[in-house]
Design a protein. Structure first.
Length: 244
């Protein structure tokens, strides 16, 4: 199980929102590249980047910061937020991004979703953001009628190779992962699932690790790291000890 520290970008800054609420923003650092390099130095093998401005507007806005991170670290990064076209995905990959996360368009256009997976394969991740079990879109601002489980099954059928599953209600709350949602989705698909939302302690990582059959491939962690609950190094070392 991998640790993927998160860098959320807004206006070029490294920030965190609470439950995806753009009015509840806290700026943690003015230099996202410095944050990324610190994560790499502490043992991260992937970094998860979200363009919050892009998620809300429908097109990535923090291109310079994304390109700087991609060039400035030797580990792969994945980027989501406002990816609504094949051209945008290609531009991100050309900028050095290893995986592109697509969310809103998966709900809105299954034909385009299938094209994303066919053209880019493992370079595309299906981002499923759930509120009360149903998928949310447009930077979590709008709610859809499709459930997270239904969307996960549909995306796998269309060719998705991997899912990032986020429980919006838990995001930034440090109150623990939604094991029920993770289990519900993981039990219905055969592709890897990466968990996001709610991680507040190393014990939360242990809970996910020992889910056995439904253990996620990776865990995205944000606020807990920024607020000093634990470091990337401590998280990486803890996972290594679980598997010892």
């Amino acid at each position: 199980m991998l640790i993927l520290p998160a860098i959320d970008l807004r206006g070029g800054y490294c920030v965190r929102l609470t439950q995806g609420d753009y009015s509840q923003e806290r700026i943690y650092d003015s230099d996202p590249l410095r944050v990324a390099q610190e994560f790499e130095g502490q043992g991260a093998t992937w970094i998860h980047v979200v363009d919050l401005d892009g998620a809300k507007s429908g097109a990535p806005q923090n291109w310079d910061a994304i390109a700087s991170i991609a060039r400035g670290v030797s580990i792969p990064i994945e980027v989501g937020g406002g990816v609504r076209s094949l051209e945008t995905a290609r531009r991100l990959i050309d900028a050095g991004v290893s995986r592109v996360v697509v969310g809103t368009k998966l709900v809105e256009d299954h034909d385009l979703a299938a094209e994303f997976f066919a053209v880019f394969g493992n370079n595309i991740v299906a981002g499923i953001d759930a509120r009360d079990g149903k998928a949310a879109v447009a930077g979590w601002v709008q709610q859809s009628a499709v459930t997270a489980v239904e969307l996960a099954k549909a995306m796998e059928a269309l060719g998705a190779k991997r899912i990032i599953l986020t429980d919006i209600a838990q995001d930034g709350m440090l109150s623990g992962p939604n094991l029920d949602l993770l289990g519900a989705v993981s039990s219905q698909v055969a592709i890897p699932v990466i968990h996001s939302g709610g991680i507040g302690t190393l014990e939360d990582l242990k809970l996910l690790y020992y889910m056995s059959t439904y253990r996620p491939e990776g865990v995205i962690v944000g606020r807990a790291i920024y607020e000093g609950r634990f470091s990337v190094r401590q998280a990486v070392d803890s996972l290594a000890s679980f598997g010892a």
